[in-house]
Ligand binder design. Structure first.
Ligand code: FES
Length: 163
């Protein structure tokens, strides 16, 4: 595989930009940013061919890219729905009704946590472990945006507003 041919110009630019910020020999520090750029260009997930290309481009073993791609919850190694929906179910949110919201959303979308809708619209990502918005519990993160003090009706409005 020729990494230069697999990665887009935009991804290569992003990699070069981040590489310049670290001392030589610290290319491993660029992996997270490189994977962000790749995932952004690939509908929210990391195709295996591109993960290999990132490793090759940075002259690193592929396992180092895979370690990062599978460790951080913001990276998806399989195709998922366009919109990321993550409901917090940690203690504050749980005490304020998060479990009922999860149940409601699963029932409304016809999927379980960890699955995507058949139309590719929504990825019900996971039950989050506190997103540091406890004073707004219960809360949900949709495409990195926080929605707080939720009722099931408000959750429906949010979900209906996703294209
Ligand atoms: S417990 Fe849900 S944001 Fe902290």
């Amino acid at each position: 595989m020729r990494a230069a041919a697999v990665l887009s110009d935009h991804v290569k630019e992003a990699i070069e930009c981040w590489k310049a910020r670290f001392p030589e020999g610290r290319e491993r520090s660029v992996i997270v940013s490189a994977l962000h750029a790749v995932q952004h260009e690939n509908g929210g997930h990391l195709p295996a061919e591109q993960m290999h290309a990132v490793a090759e481009y940075l002259n690193l073993p592929a396992i180092q890219v895979y370690e990062i791609a599978t460790f951080y919850s913001m990276f998806q190694t399989q195709p998922v729905g366009r919109h990321n929906v993550a409901i917090c179910t940690n203690i504050s949110c749980m005490l304020r009704g998060a479990d009922a919201i999860v149940e409601h959303v699963e029932s409304r979308l016809g999927i379980e946590v960890g699955e995507s809708t058949a139309d590719g619209r929504i990825y019900l990502k996971r039950e989050e472990e506190c997103l540091a918005a406890c004073c707004g519990a219960p809360m949900v993160m949709v495409d990195h945006k926080y929605h707080e003090n939720l009722t099931t009706e408000q959750v429906d409005e949010i979900l209906d507003g996703l294209d």
